[in-house]
Design a protein around this ligand. Structure first.
Ligand code: AMP
Ligand code: GLY
Length: 431
């Protein structure tokens, strides 16, 4: 009898719904579980009520259900060492995990580590200073001696809020003080990276690696600000598009030779066995790429725009990662454009509403829907909002414009009280 392939996918966002949807296209998959999942993942697999960071509960579930592979969506379990937890447990050690060990996840878990790593391996990034309570004066001097804007980054994970860009030296000195002395982001801002401001245009590049070979996924651009024209506070991401017109062949070649290859080589040199995704947050300055940040996972909402463009079997790629055979694989991508628009709750990214009934999914014909912050009402069975980002709508088009028009038309079909979305995703890209 053929072995049943059962996958446990950790996470509960649009990214996980998109990864799960892609895995379901694979003929090799027998069962798909999500922990904790959302109302959308419940339709395509089985939700298991446990947190993605509850390692003992995950251990029990994996062993009881004979799980074949664990795929980690968000960064938290990786930075907390879920992969190491599996390796160190004799019963779990043979179960493959898609996601790096803690030492690799440090690329995202510590900006100080990531910066030092890039310096060691000559990977282009903004010059920086590392400041703590011990050299606070050096931080103030640096601010006094350089010109605005100033980029201050809390070293550790701060739920996407740890980067502050200040336009005056007064603001920057106060922010530095608040982060380090006032512990604005708790332990995460005990150390702060102050770096040079890079003036350019951003994009996200993703690779899947088995530690020596890698596959480059289609690039994407996400829109982080809540307001149109990139105004207002940062969010987890309000929309995304793929491909990115300015990421032409020549530019992507530079990304590969100057950034991707030295990163993989650097991890190898440092003895870090990295099996999973690397997300390169890049800035294109004139014609050259610089790394703004590394993440140890896929982006959200970039995944919702990127994965639908992949024609290859994702489970086969994951198997190749665990067996360290990725060098034998290439990836086939759909040349169409995708555009993702995120529907969010009233109040987001501040205090937002929850529990609003969501209707109209059945009227969406031309788009893919990926649930993010949704849940099933325990009494009525209705689908309700349960987070700031509620649902991602992705459409294909022969042009970016066409893909966007379809997503916006679909956005009108989904209803919940207080629904908000940006109407200008892709506004800065030429057609
Ligand atoms: P992050 O939370 O690391 O994604 O950073 C948030 C945002 O800050 C990025 O998406 C960039 O827009 C901006 N940013 C970070 N570093 C720099 C930099 N060195 N120069 C200009 N903008 C930056
Ligand atoms: N879209 C940004 C992120 O996933 O971090």
């Amino acid at each position: 009898m053929l072995e049943e392939i059962k996958i446990l996918l950790l996470g509960s966002g649009g990214r996980e719904h998109a990864i799960g949807s892609k895995l379901l296209q694979s003929p090799g998959l027998s069962r798909l579980y999500f922990a904790p999942g959302n109302a959308g993942t419940a339709k395509i697999g089985t939700n298991v009520s446990m947190l993605a960071t509850d390692f003992p509960a995950i251990r029990d579930f994996v062993l009881n259900e004979n799980i074949s592979m664990v795929v980690v969506g968000p960064e938290d379990p990786l930075v907390k060492g879920i992969h190491d937890y599996f390796i160190q447990d004799t019963d779990l050690a043979k179960i493959p995990i898609i996601g790096p060990v803690k030492a690799g996840a440090m690329l995202e878990g510590s900006k100080e580590f990531a910066k030092a790593f890039m310096m060691r391996h000559k990977i282009p990034t903004a010059p920086c200073h590392i400041i703590s309570s011990e050299n606070l004066d050096a931080g103030f001097s640096f601010i006094n001696e350089s010109s605005p804007p100033y980029v201050l980054k809390a070293d550790g994970l701060a739920a996407g809020k740890g980067v502050v860009i200040c336009n005056t030296p007064v603001e920057a000195r106060k922010e530095l003080h608040d982060m380090i002395i006032g512990a604005k982001f708790g332990e995460a801002s005990r150390h702060v990276v102050i770096e040079e401001y890079l003036n350019g245009i951003e994009l996200s590049v993703f690779i899947l690696t088995d530690g020596s070979s890698y596959i480059i996924f289609p690039e994407a651009k996400d829109y982080k600000k809540i307001g149109e024209g990139d105004s207002g506070p940062n969010t987890g991401g309000m929309g995304s598009v793929s491909p990115v017109p300015f990421a032409d062949k020549e530019f992507m070649k530079k990304v590969e030779t100057r950034i991707i290859r030295p990163t993989i080589q650097g991890l190898k040199t440092e003895g870090i066995e990295y099996k999973g995704f690397i997300y390169f947050g890049l800035m294109k300055v004139k014609d050259d790429p610089f790394v703004i940040e590394y993440n140890c996972r896929l982006g959200d909402p970039e995944t919702e725009a990127v994965l639908p463009r992949i024609k290859s079997d994702l489970l086969e790629l994951f198997n190749a990662v665990t067996e360290q055979k990725l060098e034998h694989f290439t990836i086939e991508t759909d040349p169409h454009h995708t555009a993702t628009v995120m529907l969010v709750s009233k109040g987001y990214p501040g205090v937002y509403e929850k529990g609003k009934v969501i209707t109209g999914e059945e009227n969406v014909k031309d788009s893919l829907l990926f649930h993010a912050g949704t849940a099933i009402h325990p009494v009525t069975g209705e689908i309700i909002s349960n987070g700031g980002r509620v649902m991602a709508i992705t459409s294909f088009g022969t042009t970016l414009k066409e893909a966007l028009e379809k997503s916006y038309a679909s956005a009108e079909h989904i209803n919940f009280e207080g629904k908000y979305f940006r109407r200008d995703i892709g506004f800065d890209l030429s057609p």
